[in-house]
Design a protein around this ligand. Structure first.
Ligand code: GDP
Length: 177
């Protein structure tokens, strides 16, 4: 298990972006370590986490970057985007504003990142269904218009987290191989 003595065929850098508190850190913790912590924010300083998986019999090391709180100052540096082949654009489905900001994040992403980057829109916190402020159809429509993959997730309940990362990584693999 793990990377020890393992030949790595590909390293894919994927960045997480979106407003503060939408659940980026917890999505990463869930995917990379199958963990979730209710009182968050040990983010500061953590740059990325990796997870190695097999896609089409190739060993792919996913290097997933978290903003480490930079997004609060709307100053995610261009180094953050450098070399990224995938991006997860995350909003909180109980916070309409975090969805309304997706267009701005997408614009920032497109101005900094490679033009072939694979982008997935993520509506997180789907466990809080009764507090939903963003209809699925609104997000679907936005994703379709902007040519993004789309999924609703819960880092808390582990819903669709693995699927979301696998989907974006498989698509990156398909493009690159
Ligand atoms: P970030 O600032 O985007 O990295 O957001 P965090 O990952 O730190 O999460 C912000 C808050 O939302 C924390 O209190 C988390 O526990 C909570 N949170 C994250 N993901 C979920 C989720 O899927 N469901 C629920 N109910 N809460 C979540």
């Amino acid at each position: 298990y793990g990377d020890f003595n393992q030949k790595i065929d590909y390293v894919f850098k994927v960045v997480l972006i979106g407003d503060s508190a939408v659940g980026k850190t917890q999505l990463l913790a869930r995917f990379a370590r199958n963990e979730f912590s209710v009182d968050s924010k040990a983010t500061i300083g953590v740059e990325f986490q990796t997870k190695t998986l097999i896609i089409d019999q190739k060993t792919v090391k996913a290097q997933i970057w978290d903003t480490a709180g930079q997004e609060r100052y709307r100053a995610v540096t261009s180094a953050y985007y450098r070399g990224a082949v995938g991006a997860m654009l995350v909003y909180d489905m109980t916070k309409r504003q975090s969805f309304d900001h997706m267009a701005r994040w997408l614009e920032e992403l497109r101005s900094h990142a490679d033009k072939n980057i694979v982008i997935m829109l993520i509506g997180n916190k789907c466990d809080l269904g009764s507090l939903r402020a963003v209809p699925t159809e609104d997000a679907q429509e936005f994703a379709q218009r902007e040519n993004l993959f789309f999924m609703e997730t819960s880092a808390l309940e582990s819903t669709n987290v693995e699927t979301a990362f696998l989907t974006i990584l498989t698509e990156i693999y398909r493009i690159i191989s």
